[in-house]
Write a protein that binds this ligand. Structure first.
Ligand SMILES: [Mg+2]
Length: 232
């Protein structure tokens, strides 16, 4: 059966996310040192990270909303230093800009150009990457993230929302992502066909295997072009 649409994970599928997240923490820290040295001293990067993890644990209703978790973290950090009107918006802007300053994997851009020429693309991310800021939005028919949909992967609802947005059946879609649980098992549960983008050459050890496994986006583009040909 032909693939009528493709949904794509973003972080660690189209770019490595960790360097951007680390740089974003450093940008926030530099700003705090300059403008609120007391807060910077009380909350060095590691302590701020632990605070965010604690807030995530204590606010499970925000598990789909990393952005709100970060805003809450800033408020808590400032309140602990006796400052009630934390510069949440300013710090969020700094974090968001750095978090979206990602370096694409070298295969990403050429592969997106090829794939988007054959099938509509939808992004499904649990994170707060912004494809418009990153400059890839024109490849995507629809962009979904967990905070917008209200649930995070692997919940089937976010995958079904993607199929609905494109007006196709989940069975006609291929979901592509790096995370065995969030992407492969989640999409399978929603009735989609699955691609595990395995850039690190790991062995699959998570139950039923994905329908397809590729080491990079180039191989995915090759497969989609070949199946478009055989579908006539
Ligand atoms: Mg990912």
């Amino acid at each position: 059966m032909p693939v009528r649409a493709v949904s794509l994970d973003l972080d660690d599928t189209l770019w490595p996310v960790l360097p951007a997240l680390i740089e974003a923490e450093h940008c926030v820290d530099r700003w705090l040192r300059q403008h609120h040295p007391d807060v910077a001293h009380a909350w060095p990067i590691e302590a701020m990270r632990e605070l965010r993890e604690k807030i995530a644990r204590e606010h499970t209703h925000l598990s789909h909303d990393f952005s709100e978790q970060r805003r809450l973290t800033i408020r808590h950090a400032f309140a602990a230093c006796g400052i009630d009107d934390a510069p949440v918006d300013e710090l969020w802007r700094i974090y968001f800009a750095a978090r979206n300053n990602v370096e694409l994997y070298p295969d990403t851009l050429p592969a997106l150009e090829r794939i988007a020429g054959h099938v509509p693309l939808v992004s499904i991310s649990n994170g707060n990457a912004d494809l418009e800021v990153i400059g890839l939005h024109h490849f995507f028919h629809t962009r979904l993230n967990a905070s917008g949909v209200g649930v995070a992967k692997p919940h089937p609802h976010i995958f079904l929302a993607a199929a609905e947005a494109l007006g196709v059946s989940p069975a006609d879609m291929l979901h592509v992502g790096d995370d065995p649980l969030l992407d492969v098992m989640g999409a399978r549960e929603a009735g989609m066909r699955t691609v595990w983008l395995n850039r690190t050459g790991e062995r699959w050890s998570h139950g039923p295997a994905p329908d397809l496994e590729f080491p990079d986006m180039t191989s995915l583009a090759d497969w989609i072009e070949a199946s478009a040909l055989t579908d006539g």
